[in-house]
Design a protein around this ligand. Structure first.
Ligand code: ADP
Ligand code: MG
Length: 401
């Protein structure tokens, strides 16, 4: 899955190139509230323009369920992209995404020009990976580029289906970068390799924990999932979030860690409250949580303990906040880990939507080695799964033979 051709490996001059981007940005009353994903796609788009390609962009946005939804039109993205590129981006808001008018626009595109198709999910065939729509998309271009890491875990018409009718299919710089960092961190990390896992649920991260346990030297657990692990060991957790049906699994993972010589660390103190609210935190004395209280963040001793465990790491992978970072009284653990990673000389990689939002919100984004742009996709990657959108791209060797 790692040895894929990129835009650098092919000649694109004067060619019509269909580029699958991830322009699924948050919108509020027609305005883009976070343009990270648009900015993330710029290097590939600008490279193709500079090389004299005729650039046809496509993406999905939200969940229109196969029909035209005006509020989910990509029109605002076309506008913002035009500003960023300093050049107008041609855009036809067609419910069919590909129709005669769109086709003629694609055929009339000059080298270095850019157009954007309408939201691919306006077509029901998109999420069904339908052949008809895949062929229509393919008919617009001579080369396919996938740069939508955030949707690489979905086999849809615009990510996988289209590659059956449009070759070569190569990756853009964003997917290349994700593979280089996420892939390399997990498959050939510089050691010690330590993973920090947190977030809401054990059940969301079961496969991630399982996969990482065979690769890491240390695993630090925080967030709500810590309480399931603590309870599994007979420690009192008060009214903290616990997944009762995952207690056996937690015990199994503790055993697995022991057997594979992985240091699995759990919080030794907590910040708790009587209810799920942003009220001043109460620090516990030790790992146990008093009756009627719920753990909402890791405590001071745990912060020190985890910082020490991260001191010698050469690679750190972090997924899942250490507490309810949305509450100011319970963002201390997440803040401290973010700070520690920002200061560290290790390769530091952040995966997961909320974790990425947390480090960005706390102001550490530019001091970390890599923040994955794909929430669900990076999780599936960390679970050790093959991502269909990447698998469908041409292998480097295959082409050169
Ligand atoms: P990611 O998107 O990075 O994979 P998750 O979605 O697994 O992360 O978890 C993020 C959520 O976990 C946050 O909304 C956060 O408030 C919540 N969370 C973290 N710690 C706790 C806790 N102790 N109790 C309840 N929720 C928690
Ligand atoms: Mg999340």
């Amino acid at each position: 899955m790692f040895n894929k051709m990129t835009v650098r490996d092919i000649e694109v001059k004067d060619k019509r190139v269909l580029v699958r981007c991830d322009f699924n940005v948050p919108l509020k009353e027609g305005r883009i509230t976070d343009e990270t994903r648009i900015v993330g796609a710029m290097p590939t788009i600008e490279y193709l323009m500079d090389q004299g390609a005729r650039v046809i962009l496509c993406s999905h946005m939200g969940k229109p369920k196969g029909e035209f939804v005006a509020a989910l039109s990509l029109a605002p993205v076309a506008g913002r992209l035009g500003d960023l590129l300093g050049k107008p981006v041609h855009f036809i808001s067609s419910a069919a995404v590909v129709d005669e008018e769109v086709k003629s626009q694609a055929m009339a595109l000059e080298s270095g020009e850019v157009m954007l198709l309408e939201n691919t999910r306006f077509r029901p065939e998109e999420t069904q990976n339908g052949e008809g729509f895949s062929k229509e998309l393919a008919s617009l271009a001579e080369i396919f580029v996938n740069d939508a890491f955030g949707t690489a875990h979905r086999a849809h018409a615009s990510t996988v289906g289209v590659t059956a009718f449009l070759k070569p299919a190569v990756s853009g710089f964003l997917i290349e970068k994700e593979l280089a960092f996420l892939g390399k961190a997990v498959e050939e990390p510089q050691r010690p390799f330590v993973a920090v896992l947190g977030g809401a649920k054990v059940s969301d991260k079961i496969k991630v924990i399982d996969n990482l346990l065979s690769k890491v030297d240390g695993l630090l657990i925080g967030g709500a999932m810590a309480y399931t692990f603590l309870k599994a060991q007979g420690i009192a957790v008060g009214s903290s979030m616990v997944e009762e049906d995952k207690l056996d699994y937690a015990r199994e993972m503790i055993e697995k860690a022991k057997k594979s010589g992985v240091e699995l660390l759990l919080p030794i103190d907590h910040r708790v409250a009587r209810s799920f609210e942003d009220v001043p935190a109460i620090l516990t004395q030790d790992a146990s949580i008093p009756e009627g209280h719920m753990g909402l963040d890791i405590g001071e001793m745990t912060i020190g303990f985890y910082q020490e465990a991260l001191l010698n790491a050469r690679t750190v992978l972090w997924n899942g906040p250490m507490g309810v970072f949305e509450f100011e009284n319970f963002n201390k653990g997440t803040l401290a880990i973010a700070e520690t990673l920002a200061m560290s000389s290790a390769t530091t990689i952040i995966g997961g939507g909320d974790s990425a939002a947390a480090v960005t919100q706390l102001g550490f984004a530019d001091q970390l080695t890599h923040i994955s742009t794909g929430g669900g996709a990076s999780l599936e990657f960390l679970e050790g799964k093959v991502l269909p959108g990447i698998e469908a791209l041409n292998d480097l060797k295959e082409e050169k033979q």
